[in-house]
Design a protein around this ligand. Structure first.
Ligand SMILES: Nc1ncnc2c1ncn2[C@@H]1O[C@H](COP(=O)(O)OP(=O)(O)OP(=O)(O)O)[C@@H](O)[C@H]1O
Length: 455
């Protein structure tokens, strides 16, 4: 050996390993012990020279080292029961020229109580970090960006492109989509990608503010504007949003008299707080969202046509989750990572059977429902995997119902759904629908009647 070459003796290995771990063991590809530290032998009350060459399962209780050399999969922070106590074990395969030649295992047992304390300390730090992250985001009202929009379907890729293209300008955007499809997430992303990023993003849920309070919420009031008015008056959401973006969620729920006032703000870029003598100039971008058909509300005089044209300068439609099933698995895994990181519970996977149940389920509550199902699964499971026993029954029943159906029933259901989807798409224009479906008009009428499809 050349003088410059460096070799490590067993004594050195002992010194290195014993400084960092309470026990280290190395096994060959057959699971036989090739090396073990003195401290590990002391703990196990065994003699080192007697155990070298023995199969690891004959020496160490509950070991999995022999499995790691078979699977080649590393195992980190596993809790192993050993001599009446728990130890924390890491097991790493040793790979040479793409072949598993052995595995190295380390354990820490010094003070599991210390480790538990450290674990809860880290959990605390994580939750503090999340708190400050949210606080920081809260300063401008932003919770999401376009990076948070998960999906690999063409529909989502397309949507992302449209969001990027529309964000730059000041044009009003109307976001359409069923509840839980991500309308708010898109609204945040538009603001985040716009020049208004350093100005506020203010959300107004038009459906949840009582009608008599909506005006003061939106436009504020002057001191003494009415009995019970706060001293110094109140700043309305529009003024808060000045220079930034106002997001009018559930815009269809806005009472008609407020729609008139809103239209004026949008057209004239000024508003009057209640009781004010002068108007205030305002510069806000409006993003509105709806999960109902505003066009129908216009027909029934529940929504003003002129306001509709104002807010509908550009329209984004988010498809329901059941129409982009290829996103379901990706989203489920995304939420698994996001939620486990947030709550600090170790759940690493979702059983393939559960994933396929998820892919077949219709998700009436869309992505929000999926997020809730994953969260419940994480809390419910006692395992590192979400199995069938940790998901809501309706997901399981859906499959059982399918299983019990005859081919005729399944074909009819599919036909009914296809007709409904097309009719919705063409807003119940039956001639267009018949053309798209490639059937005659009278046949379509028959089917509409048979399946009791109504507008
Ligand atoms: N494509 C997506 N990727 C990641 N998360 C998503 C996606 N779509 C929705 N979400 C998540 O689903 C939840 C519901 O989304 P959001 O509140 O934006 O829906 P919404 O359409 O505004 O619902 P509602 O109409 O009920 O107000 C949120 O937690 C959001 O982060």
């Amino acid at each position: 050996m050349k003088e410059t070459e460096f070799s490590i003796s067993n004594n050195w290995l002992d010194l290195i390993f014993e400084s960092f771990y309470d026990g280290v063991v190395i096994v060959n590809c057959h699971g036989e012990i090739s090396y073990i530290t003195n401290s590990y032998c002391d703990f196990l009350k065994i003699e080192r020279n007697k155990v070298i060459g023995m199969h690891v399962t004959d020496v160490i209780e509950n070991t999995r080292m022999h499995l790691v050399v078979e699977t080649g999969k590393q195992e980190f922070a596993d809790i192993q029961f050993l001599l009446g106590d728990y130890v924390i074990a890491n097991r790493i395969p040793i790979i040479e020229n793409k072949k598993i030649v052995g595995a190295i295992g380390t354990i820490i047992f010094r003070d599991i109580g210390e480790w538990k304390k450290m674990n809860s300390h880290i959990k605390g730090l994580l939750s503090d970090m999340n708190f400050y992250r949210n606080e920081w985001k809260g300063t401008n009202g932003l919770k999401y960006s376009l990076n948070d929009l998960v999906g690999k379907s063409n529909k989502i890729k397309d949507l992302k492109e449209r969001v990027k293209r529309i964000s730059g300008g000041d044009i009003s955007v109307l976001i359409k989509g069923e509840s839980g499809t991500g309308k708010e997430l898109i609204a945040h992303s538009i603001h985040q990608l716009s020049d208004r990023i350093d100005k506020p993003f203010v959300k107004v849920n038009c459906g949840s503010i009582p009608e008599h309070l909506l005006e003061s919420e939106l436009f504020g009031y002057e001191e003494g504007a009415f009995t019970g008015a706060r001293k110094g008056g109140k700043i309305g959401k529009f003024q808060y949003a000045d220079g930034g973006t106002i997001f009018l969620d559930e815009v269809g729920d806005m009472p008609i008299h407020m729609q008139v006032k809103l239209l004026r703000v949008l057209q004239e870029k000024e508003f009057e707080p209640i009781g004010a003598l002068q108007s205030k100039k305002i510069n806000v971008r409006v993003i509105a969202a709806t999960n109902g058909p505003l066009e129908k509300m216009i027909d029934s005089k529940l929504f003003r046509k002129d306001l509709y044209y104002r807010i509908n300068a550009f329209q984004l439609s988010i498809p329901p989750l059941r129409d982009r099933r290829e996103d379901i698995k990706l989203l489920a895994i995304h939420f698994l990572k996001k939620i486990t990181t947030r709550i600090g519970k170790r759940v690493t996977s979702i059983h393939p059977d559960v994933l396929s149940l998820m892919e077949n389920y219709d998700w009436p509550g869309n992505v929000r429902e999926l997020e809730n199902v994953v969260e419940a699964g994480i809390h419910f499971t006692n395992d590192e995997m979400i199995g069938k026993d940790s998901i809501p029954e309706n997901l399981l029943y859906q499959q059982r119902e399918e299983e019990g159906k005859s081919l005729k029933e399944l074909v009819e259901e599919t036909e009914k759904k296809a007709i409904e989807d097309v009719l919705k798409r063409v807003e119940f224009d039956k001639i267009k629908a018949a053309q798209i479906l490639g059937i005659g008009k009278s046949s379509l009428y028959d089917k509409i009647k048979r399946y009791k499809i109504s507008e």
